[in-house]
Design a protein around this ligand. Structure first.
Ligand code: C2E
Ligand code: CA
Ligand code: CA
Length: 684
């Protein structure tokens, strides 16, 4: 060890040693990088990389050796034999290429380290051939222990270097490999130089053709130049590849693979970019292909994909003048257009709409498609991206639902209403299972006798998500979505079950939606429910509205007759709000007329409201149909009804809808008796 240090410190010029180390580190980095590229490259390109890596490290080993030799100061006349010097370069390159090739070929097998050892052996061989070309006026002898140690260092570090390169655990292993190679070259050289002893011998003459230090320096500088050039090329190629990869990945991340259009993320980015630029307005346009599912289902997904690709091509042509179109999923697209006047947007949207409705040809089949389009405007409708996207979607749904299918601008009133209905429809689906529905019961009274005659069952919904929702709001949604069938069935079952527990003179009125009533099987279901709870059909009254009857009179009449035949009574609800109340009253077999509460509300305000109520009551009496007035809230109203001989009444004055326990109690005790008759004093 000391000998080696002595040799390094005393016999060498440090400037050369420094340069040797620098070029060694650089060369090792370049060659390991090239080798790694070879590992990752396709099989056909591997040989090229291995060759370059081998040439780079071979030249590096050689340059390092001879730079260090230039810094070696034996104080004796000396020179370098040209043949041996060049031969050593050839050996360094050849063994390096062989070592790298062997290691790469071995993949992860044991020959990896063998390849590294071959490379390391190459360092040693080069060293001794190079020393053989060293002509000096003296005799050179080697300390065998140190010489062997040098060889072992070379092969050991060589094996370690390729072990790290070929079995990487982290990305830093590449640098570990380069470091091991550098150590291999340096330790081999300086240990072997430490083994050298030179005994001056004046009889030995340095041949004249031997290269002088200065000529060798030129040679070394040239090879160094080559190594540096290789380093530069590798660096540039590396940077280009990573830039290419980055562009490629960025494209992948922001584009839809199938159509090549920008994707959802890119659309959001574009939107926020344009928002930041400011000035003028932005139209966010939601587009949904109509009937795309049919194409997929009938002609297969390949045809569906082809239609999308075809449409996308036409869309690309629409956006040449500053518009932007992205595919944000399935058959949904989104476009952005900056504008000053709305007509610019309309023009742009018209072109987009055309692109969608142009027939798409796939093979021999031609598909005609169309799109539903909704537009939200920034900053008018919202300043937030998510809101704008939602608003454009809502407008798009309205366009889809419209008859002419024309694009729609977002309209807060229409679309927020649609959104709320959408929320209700979703939440309502799980309402029965989640036990969120319950019935309350509102007392109905006989006016003259001042007695309780029964209750109307009214539905209540305490949604986990939306809170309390009024039946006036959710019943229409349930009707539209068809959920009313299941809900109505549940109501009927619950109401009959409850009523069966009340005294036998108490009736129960249940609201039945037209959709529910006109469904095949309703009558059978009704019979089943009555039977299962043992409820006398006479105690059940079904409330239906006039719309049920107007829209489908034939079928409605048929069902009503069957219901009546069972003994169940039928009340006409909300009388007076329909269009042809009187004619309906004559043509259907009603057992009760419920005057809508709107008329009682008008009583104090409009003089003719009173005469309408009077007329309906009289008409009912002429037809022998009892009349019930809804929404009685004040004693004045109650007095008015009593004076006109109205048969029955219902309203907050007599009682608000009660929970089932309270309703049951009231059914058993009846209304509290008061001295004076008159409905206004029945209940507070
Ligand atoms: P409706 O059948 O006309 O029910 C009467 C409505 O008027 C009830 O509202 C009731 O709470 C309210 N009401 C009763 N007395 C008064 C009063 O003195 N003043 C005022 N301002 N209102 C009074 P609710 O419970 O909100 O029901 C609204 C509508 O929802 C019902 O109108 C009915 O059309 C429908 N509905 C309720 N439950 C059901 C059901 O189980 N099935 C079906 N298909 N529809 C139902
Ligand atoms: Ca009702
Ligand atoms: Ca009513």
């Amino acid at each position: 060890m000391l000998t080696v240090l002595n040799c390094l410190v005393n016999d060498h010029d440090f400037r050369y040693v420094g340069a040797a180390v620098v070029i060694c580190v650089l060369g090792c980095l370049v060659s390991t990088r090239l080798f790694m590229s070879g590992r990752e490259a396709a099989r056909a390109k591997r040989a090229g990389f291995v060759l370059m890596a081998g040439v780079a490290i071979g030249m590096t080993i050689w340059t390092t050796h001879f730079l260090a030799m230039l810094g070696f100061m034996p104080n004796l006349e000396h020179g370098f034999d040209p043949g041996g010097t060049l031969l050593s370069l050839g050996f360094a390159v050849a063994t390096s290429v062989a070592g790298f090739a062997l290691a790469l070929q071995a993949g992860r097998g044991p020959a990896v380290e063998v390849g590294g050892a071959v490379l390391g052996m190459g360092i040693a061989l080069m060293h001794f051939i190079g020393m053989g070309a060293f002509e000096i006026a003296g005799r050179i002898s080697y300390d065998p222990t140190l010489a062997i140690a040098g060889i072992l260092f070379g092969t050991g570090f060589g094996a370690l270097a390729l072990n790290r390169l070929n079995r990487p655990i982290t990305r830093f292993c590449r640098y570990g490999g380069a470091a091991a190679l550098t150590l291999g070259i340096a330790s081999m050289h300086f240990t072997a130089m430490g083994a050298v002893a030179i005994t001056p011998d004046p009889r030995i003459v340095v041949p004249t053709q031997a290269l002088s230090d200065s000529v060798l320096a030129v040679l070394v500088i040239s090879v160094t130049g080559l190594v540096v050039a290789l380093a530069a090329i590798t660096y540039l190629a590396d940077r280009q590849t990573s830039e290419d990869a980055l562009t490629h990945y960025r494209h992948l991340a922001t584009h839809d693979v199938m159509t090549g259009l920008p994707n959802r993320a890119a659309a959001r980015e574009e939107l926020s970019r344009r928002m930041k630029v400011g000035g003028g307005s932005l139209a966010l346009i939601a587009i949904d292909l109509n009937r795309f599912k049919e194409i997929n289902d009938v002609f297969g997904h390949a045809a569906g994909d082809a239609v999308l690709v075809d449409t996308a091509e036409r869309l690309k042509a629409c956006v040449l003048d500053g518009g932007f179109v992205a595919r944000i999923g399935g058959d949904e697209f989104m476009a952005i257009k900056s504008y000053a006047v709305a007509s610019e947007v309309e023009e742009f949207v018209a072109r987009i709409s055309q692109a969608f409705s142009a027939p798409a040809r796939v093979g021999d089949t031609t598909f005609s498609t169309s799109a539903s389009i909704g537009i939200a405007s920034y900053p008018r409708d919202s300043q937030k991206i998510d809101d704008l996207i939602n608003q454009a979607d809502l407008a798009m749904y309205r366009s889809k639902a419209s008859r002419d299918g024309k694009w729609c601008w977002y309209d807060a009133d229409a679309d927020e209403d649609a959104r709320r209905r959408g929320q209700i429809a979703i939440a309502l689906r799980s309402a029965i299972a989640a036990d969120e529905l319950r019935l309350v019961y509102q007392p109905q009274i006989a006016v003259k006798e001042a007695t309780l005659i029964g209750f109307e069952a009214l539905l209540r919904w305490e949604s986990g998500e939306l809170g309390t929702v009024s039946p006036a709001e959710f019943i229409p949604v349930a009707e539209q979505s068809g959920l009313i069938v299941a809900i109505g069935d549940w109501v009927l079952d619950q109401a009959c079950r409850e009523a069966a527990r009340w005294p036998v003179e108490m009736s129960i009125a249940v609201n039945v939606s037209p959709i529910q009533m006109l469904r095949p099987g309703f009558v059978e279901r009704l019979r089943e429910v009555l039977l299962s709870h043992g409820l006398n059909p006479k105690r059940l009254e079904i409330e239906i509205t006039e719309t049920t009857l107007i829209e489908n009179p034939g079928q409605a009449l048929h069902v009503l007759r069957q219901i009546k035949a069972m003994g169940v009574r039928i009340a006409m609800d909300d009388f007076g709000t329909g269009y042809s109340s009187l004619s309906t009253m004559f043509s259907f077999p009603f057992d009760k007329i419920k005057i809508d509460r709107a008329f009682l509300l008008e009583l104090d305000r409009r003089p003719n409201a009173a005469s309408v109520i009077e007329t309906v009551i009289e008409l009912g009496h002429k037809l022998s149909i009892p009349v019930l007035a809804e929404g009685v809230e004040t004693p004045t109203q109650a007095d008015f009804l009593a004076a006109r001989n109205c048969d029955e009444a219902q309203g907050y004055l007599f009682g608000r809808p009660l929970e089932k326990g309270a309703a049951g109690d009231l059914a058993r005790t009846g209304l509290p008796r008061r001295a004076a008759p008159g409905p206004e004093r029945l209940i507070a």
